[in-house]
Design a binder for this molecule. Structure first.
Ligand code: SF4
Length: 50
């Protein structure tokens, strides 16, 4: 079921709802950078390929 507190446009993710939300109750966010400076530096670590 969609979680209206988490907007997401990553349609390739198995947790993505067609309505534009995540279906998880909570997601884990992280970074792949040593010193993140912009939003492109952070990742949804709950991503799961379809
Ligand atoms: S797990 Fe992350 S990437 Fe996947 S639908 Fe939820 S918010 Fe989007």
């Amino acid at each position: 079921m969609e979680n209206k507190a988490i907007h997401c446009s990553v349609s390739q993710c198995a947790n993505h709802c067609a309505s534009g939300y995540c279906s998880l109750n909570t997601v884990s966010i992280g970074t792949h950078e040593a010193n993140p400076t912009q939003c492109q530096c952070v990742d949804c670590n709950s991503f799961c390929i379809k």
